[in-house]
Design a protein around this ligand. Sequence first.
Ligand code: BG6
Length: 515
Amino acid sequence: MSATSPLSAADTDNPLVAGLERLPVHPTSLVIFGATGDLAHRKLLPALYNLAHEGQLPERFEVIGVGRRSHEEEEFRDTVLNSIERFSRRRPDPNVLEGLLNDTRYVQGSFDDDEVYTELARTLAEFDSQAGRKLDRVFYLSTAPEFFPLIAGKLGAHNLDHSDHAAVRIVIEKPFGYDLASARKLNAELLEVFEEPQIFRIDHYLGKETVQNLMALRFANALFEPVWNRNYIDHVQITASEDIGIGGRAGYYEHSGALRDLVQNHMLQLLALLAMEPPTAFDADRLRDEKLKVLEAIVPPTLDEVAGMTVRAQYAPGVVGGVQVPGYREEAGVAPYSRTPTYAALRLHVSNWRWAGVPFYLRTGKQLSRKLTEIAVILKQIPHIAFQSSGSVGIQANQIVFTLQPDEGVSVSIGAKIPGSRMRIRPVNMEFRYGTSFLSESPEAYERLILDAMRGDATLFTRNDEIEALWGIVDPILEAWDKDKSSTIPQYEAGSSGPREADALLLPGHVWRRL
Ligand code: BG6
């Protein structure tokens, strides 16, 4: 494969791309378990292509797909090609494709079959000897979670969990457990084979550019940090609304639901990054120590408080994007009386000096009116309005909004005077848009995360104690929801902005931002 290449001189003359650089990555063999599955197809393989396209992969880079489907090597390469052609954010370049496919192998078999691991060990050793050096090894478990302990155990049993003179890492993807007890069990099982620094738990939200920009904005500017506390911030709203249903994932979703699927991981991670204290350095442990402190400062609602601090609901039939869609209970594979929530909203508090008394509202749902992921920080109203006499009506609290999708960027709303003889104020936005300020398209989260896993940088991955703290927050909510068999679960029309019940969570004077 091509060596990592610095940007050309012409590129660096351009201030819009200055600073976009490539990082050195050690030569690596990447093994993808579940290489014929959906995640690999839609995300991982296209991400690898884009990394190759940008010259970000190491000069020696090999991919081994492990899957249960019987494929000849050539057939597997065809499926890789197909994934890239369908899902790559760039039009594939034939030369780059050829380079990537030449370095791709397939090992077929079921994950409990020792033969698979023997074959894997043989192929990895072959790559090492061709390279004349030990390549780092990354095992990416793109499989159902029940296979994580099994595969980790087999890797250990076949001595694939370590390598002399090279790093070995394992990457896993949520769900990390089903509740606190199962998450602890999974952590213990993984730690029987691997050391914590070898384990990379992906939360793909942490790879999104705007999420990292949240940290840049907070810690690279003097402007925001002074107001980042209870004295100036009134409340925070974190929204992850989706305009899709559960697709073909009923089997997974029925046992998961909105709280486990998005809140326990992505949304609470966003909250932690927004609310944490400034880390002394941007390195894996210092950053994660700060996130952990915030998560531990969130006091989970007691069983009695859950009803007043949370809302769950399910989508009923409706129209989304002009298309009539069925209700959740009518989806294939969903029980007709299912109580799995497809919408969840919460009011949380971070009990520490900085945030005491500031509500953090979180809401997420499927089949809502549009896809929008944002963090809105709403500041307090100004203490005194001096313009009343001349008829000012439009003064609103400032808002700082981080949009993760669809239009990545940050906007700050400020009150400005409407041209004219009267002192009339209305909110206007100061905007930063990723696509306008930097000439490049923002990379997919998986590109960044795969690269970081290969570089051994765990800053944007979740540590075991964080996972347990995250479950500690949602466990009591799940328990209370489970116990509450009495009432039916509220329904919201597909294509709407969610259930009316969600308004009841808001403290007086607060309103949900429009979707
Ligand atoms: C996944 C959830 O983790 O995140 C999905 O399992 C959800 O249900 C997805 O659709 C949302 O991710 P994104 O990047 O599209 O916001």
